[in-house]
Design a protein around this ligand. Structure first.
Ligand SMILES: [Zn+2]
Length: 148
């Protein structure tokens, strides 16, 4: 999966933004991004219940059937933090054995109005690297921004 980049269409990005925007202040949104392995295109965002009922925490409680030709990347938001994984995120990602197959090493953080995708490269040292994301913005959004 070297050279893998993810493309997020405007409609999918809008779904994530809407979900994140609906959270109470400080609370993290949790979801699952379904990505086509062939070309890295994000085809859908599905909301997942955040089982952590406190701010600044996420606990995924969901199960799903693998979809042939697609991978699921778990997404959570950082309402006040930066885009980089927190210590807890790295602990979570490594504890849950986000390794083995390439795609299980991937996780995403929505922060500063952008989706950031990370890949655990080494479990022992909790090393990680950024996965390129190309996000298509809807023209409507761009017009609103231009007018603001
Ligand atoms: Zn986090």
């Amino acid at each position: 999966m070297s050279g893998f980049a993810i493309t997020v269409p405007a409609a999918v990005g809008d779904e994530i933004r809407q979900h994140v925007g609906e959270q109470e202040p400080g609370f993290e949104a949790a979801g699952r991004l379904i990505v086509r392995t062939l070309d890295g295109r994000a085809v859908e965002y599905k909301r997942v219940r955040n089982g952590a009922n406190v701010p600044e925490r996420v606990m995924f409680s969901a199960s799903w059937r693998p979809q042939p030709g697609h991978i699921s990347i778990l997404v959570h938001s950082h309402p006040s933090g930066g885009p980089a994984p927190s210590d807890l995120d790295l602990q979570w990602a490594t504890n849950r054995r986000y390794r083995g197959s390439e795609h299980r090493a991937l996780f995403a953080i929505f922060a500063a109005d952008f989706l950031h995708v990370w890949r655990i490269t080494d479990v022992a040292t909790r090393s990680y690297e950024r996965v390129p994301v190309v996000e298509r913005r809807s023209s409507r959004r761009e017009r609103v921004r231009a007018a603001a």
